[in-house]
Design a protein around this ligand. Structure first.
Ligand code: SF4
Ligand code: SF4
Length: 381
């Protein structure tokens, strides 16, 4: 037998010189596709969460408005008002809340000035323990505005942007640095120093100073605010993710929370929709449970997951007792947040601990000169 090569007749090549034919194998695929068992329940998490956000934003606007008119009556040209000072404004004084919490823990006495700030802080810490950093995505007005800004950015530019990983990690550390500074400052103060600070003119009208900061925003303040707004259009939750020390404190608290977003790897089809919508850029599709301090319990990932019984906020399994991680339904989370907020605020109000008992005459004396009140320095009384 002979073989023709380029028109020449050559003798047959012995078969043992040929490599054996390659075994025909199916092309390896990255992962065997799992069958989607589609969920049939309707998800109410986002409408519920947005209702909470809207209601809390309105509550803050209402409180801010009353507080403004209450302050104005003490200023030259201001008209008298029958409104009482709304103590809820102390939710905007997180450092005072922290100082008062330390004072309360050490003395077992409810502080006389700005106690509402402390009760609100306790309520938000309790929420973080039970429902991750839910305060940030369900209640915080700054969180709500941030969310609407990045959604607006998404509509305008058709996308949001992610910073490079090294920069993102570095910037995320900033909020912990700020928190560390405030915790260090508060923890280094003795009980009598805390009381002296709160009773100083600056401490008494710290809320008015905060209001005036926004009312009389200087050039630097306006530029910083402008930069934050623009950055928030491009980067999801820019302020919350990188700079908010309050969120950092709640995030650290949430680390010990038994409730976590948990993924059932058996039924998950690895579509990665959950990771794509996560505003905290967490790799939800790769993890079994989200332990990160960045998880705000917004449930966006749960809302978008197409697979039945796959992604949920749930409690841990109890071996020998509960074989499946018990889920926390949306209604239970919403009810829990409402109970913690109204329960703690209601307790403080009905027990007479909610309001700062400052005589009218003191406000008459301090408020017209609010801009002159300066922060007491260490050692000053
Ligand atoms: S993991 Fe889910 S609940 Fe947590 S922040 Fe991301 S989307 Fe929200
Ligand atoms: S959304 Fe996430 S958890 Fe749900 S199926 Fe897709 S990858 Fe899995």
């Amino acid at each position: 037998m002979a073989t023709q090569v380029r028109g020449e007749i050559v003798s047959e090549i012995p078969p043992h010189l040929f490599p054996p034919p390659a075994e025909v194998r199916p092309k390896p695929s990255a992962k065997a596709k799992k069958k989607l068992i589609r969920r049939t329940d309707h998800d109410y998490s986002q409408i519920t969460r947005r209702t909470f956000q809207g209601a809390f934003l309105l509550l803050n606007v209402w409180i801010g408005g009353i507080f403004y008119f209450w302050v104005r009556q003490y200023e030259p040209g201001g008209a008298p008002t029958s409104w009482q000072r709304p103590a809820g404004v102390e939710g905007w004084l997180p450092i005072a809340g922290l100082m008062n919490l330390k004072y309360f823990v050490l003395t077992h006495r409810v502080p006389a000035l700005h106690p509402a700030g402390m009760f609100l802080l306790i309520s938000f810490l309790a929420m973080s323990f039970l429902f991750r950093k839910a305060f940030c995505s369900w209640l915080c007005p700054v969180g709500t505005i941030s969310e609407y800004l990045w959604r607006a950015g998404q509509m305008l530019f058709r996308r949001n942007f992610h910073l490079p990983h090294w920069l993102d990690v570095g910037l995320r550390g900033l909020k912990y640095l700020l928190l560390g500074f405030f915790v260090w400052a508060v923890s280094s103060m003795a009980v009598d120093e805390l009381a002296a600070f709160m009773n100083s003119p600056y401490g008494v009208i710290a809320d008015v100073k905060m209001l005036n900061f926004f009312r009389h925003l200087g050039e630097t303040g306006a530029i910083v605010l402008g930069v934050l707004v623009v950055a928030s259009l491009f980067i999801q939750n820019f302020w919350c993710r990188y700079l908010c020390p309050y969120g950092a404190l709640l995030g650290i608290t949430s680390l010990v929370s038994p409730a976590r977003i948990r993924r059932n790897v058996e039924t998950c089809i690895d579509c990665a929709k959950c990771a794509k919508v996560c505003p905290s850029a967490l790799p939800v599709d790769k993890l079994v449970a989200i332990k990160s301090a960045e998880c705000t319990g917004c449930l966006e990932c749960v809302a978008v997951c197409p697979a039945k019984d796959t992604l949920s906020l749930s409690l841990p399994k109890i071996p020998g007792l509960v074989s499946q991680a018990p889920r926390v339904p949306v209604w239970a989370m919403a009810a829990g947040i409402a109970v913690l907020f109204f329960g703690i605020v209601g307790f403080a109000k009905t027990s007479g601990y909610w309001d700062s008992h400052v005589p009218h005459a003191i406000y008459q004396q301090l408020l017209p000169h609010a801009d002159e009140a300066r922060h007491p320095m260490p050692g000053e009384n």
